[in-house]
Write a protein that binds this ligand. Structure first.
Ligand SMILES: CC(C)(COP(=O)(O)OP(=O)(O)OC[C@H]1O[C@@H](n2cnc3c(N)ncnc32)[C@H](O)[C@@H]1OP(=O)(O)O)[C@@H](O)C(=O)NCCC(=O)NCCS
Length: 330
């Protein structure tokens, strides 16, 4: 149990400059803007430059979050980076980011891979460590360069994903009942095969054969993932509301993982909430995995969609399959 309220002191996000529209994609694979929009709600996504890696996106978002919190790099003693697309298999992206941001060498820095649920997992971890008093100020970043892992000749996956980063600075407050109220995390490990990158790990090291087969790219069973996503996100949302004695109607804004508008609409329907209560920006970014919720949260705050005292529900699912929900009172 956290002994103090852990609160978000500032947020920031960054999306690479290059915009890749559905029309562009329809020149690469057999698809159309109409098909992609009607099946997913996505119109365009951002793609990092060849010389931009995940850490470069993360650093921009991290700097913005620090500025928003009016803190400097020297104030941070914990960095948790949610990513499944680190710059290298080793070391962690967190160590690269620590150096680029100029965080103290006494700061604990590590990556956490929970795929698209990564930001909620990282937020929970950082808040637990800061709430216990072991650390004082944490920087939590969700950052991905998925464009490096997508097969640009596979029309079933390539149109879904995009690159980006979002960040939040975590501290404490003496006011009880504010900040992170709770989380509900879990995983369905039996379903790893529905969404994964087969090669490049210890099971199937990269070789000429894996390269020729395209085994280093994302493989997905879209329909199965879709159905599970709706089910587990709805359950994760219901569970956490029940744990805290809240009804869906008391939630000011839901910030769901931005994977597919039809998934979000189905969850809204099951929770009997108007879809307007859900923050949606996947039309402009696609699915940025661990970056999706922190980018959306940063935009929602900047657009005034979250007011002091509001309760926000975060809910996500991702490869693993992982899932998670969180409640934040501002
Ligand atoms: C990927 C997704 C949009 C596909 O939508 P869908 O309605 O399930 O479509 P299907 O996969 O059943 O494909 C239907 C048809 O469209 C075709 N198709 C697939 N992608 C296409 C594309 N980009 N353009 C045109 N046609 C396409 C399929 O080949 C299939 O053709 P067939 O009936 O002749 O076999 C959807 O399944 C989805 O969003 N799943 C969840 C993915 C996700 O969120 N992943 C990330 C998890 S964090």
């Amino acid at each position: 149990m956290a002994t103090r309220s852990t609160v978000i002191l500032g947020t920031g996000s960054y999306a690479p400059e290059h915009v890749l529209t559905n029309d562009h994609i329809s020149k690469m694979v057999e698809t159309s803007d109409e098909w992609i929009r009607s099946r997913s709600g996505i119109r365009e996504r951002r793609i990092a430059a060849p010389n931009e890696a995940t850490s470069d996106l993360a650093v921009q978002a991290g700097r913005r979050a620090l500025a928003d919190a009016r803190l400097s790099a020297a104030d941070i003693d914990l960095l948790v980076v949610a990513t499944m697309t680190p710059d290298h298999p080793m070391p962690s992206a967190a160590c690269v980011i620590q150096h680029k941001l100029g965080l103290p060498t006494t700061a604990a820095c590590f990556d956490l891979n929970a795929a698209c649920s990564g930001f909620i997992y990282a937020l929970d971890t950082a808040c637990a460590l800061v709430g216990s008093g072991r650390y004082h100020k944490a920087l939590v970043i969700g950052a991905e360069k998925l464009s490096s892992f997508v097969d640009w000749s596979d029309r079933g996956t390539c149109m879904l994903f995009g690159d980006g980063a979002g960040a939040a600075v975590i501290g404490t407050s003496k006011t009880p009942g504010v900040g992170l109220l709770g989380t509900r995390l879990g995983a369905l490990g039996e379903d790893t095969h529905l969404l994964y990158v087969p090669a490049g790990g210890s099971r199937m090291p990269t070789s000429a054969k894996t390269f020729a087969n395209g085994d280093h790219f994302v493989k997905m069973k879209g329909k199965e993932v879709f159905k599970l996503a709706v089910r587990v996100m709805e359950e994760a949302a219901r569970d956490i509301l029940e744990q805290h004695g809240l009804s869906a109607n008391q939630i000011g804004l839901v910030i769901p993982h931005q994977a597919n508008l039809r998934i979000i609409e189905a969850i809204a329907q099951y929770l009997e909430l108007p879809v307007e209560r859900f923050f949606v920006n996947l039309d402009r970014y696609g699915n940025t995995s661990a970056a999706s919720i922190p980018i959306a949260m940063d935009e929602a705050l900047r657009l005034g969609r979250i007011k002091p005292g509001d309760i926000t529900l975060l809910v996500a699912f991702g490869a693993g399959l992982t899932y998670g929900s969180a409640l934040i009172r501002w």
